[in-house]
Design a protein around this ligand. Structure first.
Ligand SMILES: *[C@@H]1O[C@H](CO)[C@@H](O)[C@H](O)[C@H]1NC(C)=O
Length: 324
């Protein structure tokens, strides 16, 4: 906890800058907290209303009421709460009470996404400009804020004792998820554009082996799936060169960035294949993403599963892909 506080003291309203050597420690600490917190809550009696005191740095994946009250201890400095829902959830942050004064140098901010090392998920490239995603306020906070994906965060600095806030966090169903930050090491998911012009990323924060179990990108919905599949029942690389502007980018972050635009792109694939045989991709770095780029002409989807990366693949690919 000492390291975390000291690190966050470096100041993140400008935005957050964390020495990259500490990045992994913070990440590990954050995710260790998820487990611990879930256990704590499981022990509570079901009749007790859930109202949790926020610590200075915290990861939250359960809805409920949370409060923070400043002790006036300068050493506490800047605090943060990382919110993470399931891939098909959105997050609503609603202030139930707000007593933070600007003239006392108090600040609370809400971020539409996650920020680490001054970088954001989802990337500015795909989602929002800094102004749109970052709301800084004091005195009268906005009462309600809804994030556009399954992650969001709050930062605060409240120097005066007894000032603070009560906030209600709600995770709710998102029928059409686009950008997703996934906190686990194994799972499966289907990325789709629902026929829209957008770019959607599924990001992971552990080294994983991804297996594509079905892909349909750039198949013309006018022609119909069956005939098109016979024509092009294969997965292609060099999509843009071949004139395909919709594709899946497979990225793994050399700098362990949360921002997908900073992750080198190792593969770009498109085409259709319902049961691909050996479409495995090792993603050995600290952060990785599958990014589906769609121009809106096709109904694209890619289905995949992922698992913890085996050590021998880590050794084989890690040095080449992660430290360039
Ligand atoms: C999607 O990504 C492509 C390639 O990175 C980019 O040219 C395009 O402008 C992006 N589209 C949107 C809607 O952001």
């Amino acid at each position: 906890m000492k390291i975390l506080i000291a690190t966050f003291l470096l100041g993140f309203f400008t935005p957050l800058v964390i020495a990259s050597a500490l990045h992994r420690n913070i990440k590990n600490a954050l995710f260790a907290r998820v487990v611990r917190q879930s256990e704590d809550i499981a022990e509570e009696s079901p009749d007790e209303p859930l109202r949790h005191r926020l610590e200075c740095v915290q990861m939250i994946n359960l809805g409920g009421e949370y409060y923070f009250q400043s002790t006036g201890d300068d050493a506490i400095g800047d605090c943060a709460m990382y919110l993470q829902g399931q891939p098909d959830q959105l997050i609503e942050i609603e202030f139930k009470s707000f007593d933070v004064k600007c003239e006392d140098a108090g600040l609370v901010s809400v971020v539409d996404g996650w920020e680490l090392d001054g970088q954001f998920f989802p990337s500015d490239e795909d989602r929002l400009s800094f102004d749109e995603r970052y709301r800084l306020f004091c005195d009268n906070g906005p009462l309600k804020f809804v994030a556009h994906q399954n992650v969001a965060m709050m930062h605060w600095r409240i120097p005066v004792a007894t000032q603070g806030f009560v906030v209600n966090i709600r995770f709710f169903y998102n029928p059409k998820p686009c950008n997703v930050l996934f906190g686990g090491k194994t799972g499966k998911y289907t990325l789709t554009n629902y026929g829209h012009q957008n770019n959607c990323s599924f990001a992971v924060i552990y080294p994983v082996l991804v297996r594509i179990t079905g892909i349909m990108i750039g198949v013309d919905k006018q022609i119909g799936v069956a005939s098109q599949l016979q024509l092009e029942s294969r997965v292609m690389t060099q999509c843009e060169k071949r004139g395909y502007h919709d594709f899946l980018e497979i990225k793994s972050g050399g700098m362990e960035s949360l921002d997908t635009s900073y992750m080198p792109s190792f593969w770009k694939i498109c085409g259709a294949e319902l049961n691909p045989d050996e479409l495995d991709f090792p993603l050995p770095c600290g952060t990785s993403a599958l990014r589906l780029v769609s121009r809106g002409r096709y109904f694209n989807s890619v289905e995949f599963q992922f698992d913890e990366l085996p050590q021998q693949l880590m050794d084989a690919y890690g040095p080449r892909m992660c430290f360039s």
